[in-house]
Ligand binder design. Sequence first.
Ligand SMILES: *Cc1c(COP(=O)(O)O)cnc(C)c1O
Length: 380
Amino acid sequence: MTDPTWTPRTLLAQALGHIDEASRAVVPPIHIATTYIRDPDNQYRSGNVYGRPDNGTIREAEAIIARLENAEAAMVFGSGMSAATAVFLALKPGDHIVASSVMYWALRHWLLNDAATWGLKVDIVDTADLQAVRAAIRPGETKLVWLETPSNPLWSITDIRAVADIAHKAGARVAVDSTSATPILTRPLDLGADIVMHSATKYLNGHSDVIAGALATAKADEFWARIKRVRATLGQILGPFEAFLLIRGMRTLDLRVRAACASAMELATRLSNHAAIHQVLYPGLPTHPGHELAKRQMQGGFGGMLSIRIRAGEEAAIKAAAAMKLWKRATSLGGVESLVEHRASIEGPGSPCPPDLLRLSTGIEDVGDLYADLDQALRA
Ligand SMILES: *Cc1c(COP(=O)(O)O)cnc(C)c1O
């Protein structure tokens, strides 16, 4: 149905070009049924049984994500958090996890406060530091290394290929939260990771109107089957309407990500010279500690996310966010609208986020308008 030479942009625009056989529609119908007719001999040759484990609309979204990530299989979930926790819940009691110290705060919180309830042992290290990763891994006991790159909200870069080598030698899998990189800029499975996770709420859907998550796997192995059972038994599947919106959102993923990357690069460069700012954190800047690695690991751009540190401190940062008109003061990221957030106040104690930091999610608005609004707010 699709040509192997087609690029992600082409595949996405046509949502893999799937045509509904019954109606010949170019937009597939939404499969909302919770249950399906059995064959006369009681079998289910259609592959459809019941709505909790699976349905046709879900499979369409999964086929797109699997293709983008060069994966054997993908699964979509009711949120990014449910996708991530399904991976951890597929481990066994006593298994040891090494995870990035700079990462999505709610997941770090779950790992540090709740994972032990399930018998999981967790060590948090700076995964950008390969020595620290080596030191944290317990051969035979460590079963999973969880990375986020670029990581929230400092946008530090972890070397996926190097960590995969270290982890695999010790018998551990590597999973990568690639939400901020998107499949357009980085393909973790091609770099040796075993599983890639997305909060599809962010760039994949891209319109701030669906909560969703996704996993994609290099191998549809026994561990993948365990994750699938976790999703089915806990009922973590995405609803069919949300899956349809996600498919629609993904049609423009390539365009949106490239627009956001170009604007973020320009903003990062201009803001680096702004008198009110003492540091811009963006992997596209040569001054960023992960820049050389990001150049190798990310293709086509450095992402739409950046953070700025306000010279006059925390109070001035909060005031600057309040003075912005175009940038909307809200959590989340990866939507068509630009968002600004003072992260330290949401992340709370234990966060590696400096109090003078504002996180910027660059949308697809005109970059001149975006800069002008930041500039007037920083001067106010
Ligand atoms: C938002 C986010 C998550 C959590 O996803 P939800 O869809 O909100 O559950 C996980 N990781 C990253 C990097 C995120 O930005």
